[in-house]
Ligand binder design. Structure first.
Ligand SMILES: Nc1nc2c(ncn2[C@@H]2O[C@H](COP(=O)(O)OP(=O)(O)OP(=O)(O)O)[C@@H](O)[C@H]2O)c(=O)[nH]1
Ligand SMILES: [Mg+2]
Length: 297
């Protein structure tokens, strides 16, 4: 239990804490959390993008001390949303956590459309199908604390159960309209099992509940751009105080994209994010980009 001296400070999954009391872990043992160690990283999200609304100010710490953000997206059922992935990338770079794209349900659809959108990013990725060998993923998870984030029903818990056979995470079904049922309701950190071919630390994996969106009200407009490393270079040619919106007459991003140096869909996605922060975006489907496969579904 939390000690009273912690006050309102919350303890989140991934926190390193000091315990006082009976730390045997035996049934009935009681220990108090008396101190939370300084966090190496903090992954946050807000309920909405617009910091001027109450929802936008409602900030949640997803996990502490993660080294890697595993962005889990199904290739179908539910369809991938590059706008959502872009938001996760912004959050990862903002929190100084390395991103890894994990594309599940590769048995149902090909990854070409999603990977094509990210070609200029050198974003590490893994493809997962029910029978796939997980050695490449295990190698990327080794020695680090990784947190899985993604929409409900993309297969986060299914993957955790394969990586940690005794995890016994509940797995849900995806409804006819392609939405998961929010099967997981809390984040859980699990130690990955040691691998026969390696004596190093296999790392930790954190399963989290599916999220509908990934609000970024806590990220400054300037920091949003860090989620778009393929665009960032162009902005040195922008006039002073350029906001990089479509209304800026001399924003260098337009010429950058026009000359083929970046995908126009990436610029459109960045500008959609900028707009949603000022309350101008589409609040219903903030993470959907028009170019997404099955975007109309
Ligand atoms: N075809 C196929 N189905 C999969 C794959 N991975 C997971 N599924 C199915 O997708 C459904 C949802 O999986 P879950 O693991 O519960 O998804 P989740 O991301 O944990 O969902 P929440 O806990 O609601 O956030 C289950 O019916 C799984 O069997 C895959 O690689 N291929
Ligand atoms: Mg789950």
């Amino acid at each position: 239990m939390r000690a009273r001296e912690l006050g309102r400070k919350s303890v989140v999954v991934g926190d390193r804490v000091s315990l006082v009391g009976d730390t045997s872990g035996a049934p009935g043992a009681l220990a108090r959390i008396v101190r939370i160690a300084e966090r190496r990283s903090v992954l946050r999200r807000t309920a909405e993008d617009d910091a001027t609304t109450a929802e936008g100010r409602l900030e949640r710490v997803v996990v502490a001390n993660a080294d890697q953000l595993v962005i889990v997206s199904a290739l179908a059922d539910p369809p991938p949303r590059t706008g959502f992935i872009d938001r996760c990338l912004v959050a990862a770079y903002d929190a100084d956590i390395e991103p890894l794209l994990c594309l599940t349900k590769a048995d149902l659809a090909g990854p070409e459309a999603v990977l094509g959108y990210y070609t200029e990013l050198e974003l590490p990725y893994v493809l997962i199908r029910p029978d796939s060998d997980l050695a490449a993923l295990r190698a990327l998870l080794a020695g680090r604390v990784s947190v899985l984030v993604g929409h409900s029903g993309v297969g986060k818990s299914t993957l955790v159960n394969r990586l940690v056979p005794e995890a016994d995470r509940a797995v849900g079904t995806v409804s006819a309209i392609g939405r998961g049922r929010h099967t997981s309701t809390s984040a859980v950190a699990l130690r990955l099992p040691p691998q026969p071919d390696s004596d190093g630390d296999p790392g930790w994996i954190i399963d989290t509940p599916g999220v509908r969106s990934f609000g970024l009200a806590h990220v400054s407009a300037e920091s949003l751009l860090h989620g778009f490393p393929d665009l960032v270079e162009a902005t040195v040619d922008c006039p002073a105080n350029c906001q990089h919106t479509a209304e800026e007459a001399d924003c260098a991003l337009d010429a950058w994209v026009a000359s083929g140096k970046a995908d126009p869909r990436r610029l459109a996605s960045y500008r959609r994010l900028l707009a949603s922060r000022s309350g101008d975006g589409d609040p219903r489907e903030p993470e959907r980009n028009p170019g997404d496969p099955l975007a109309g579904s």
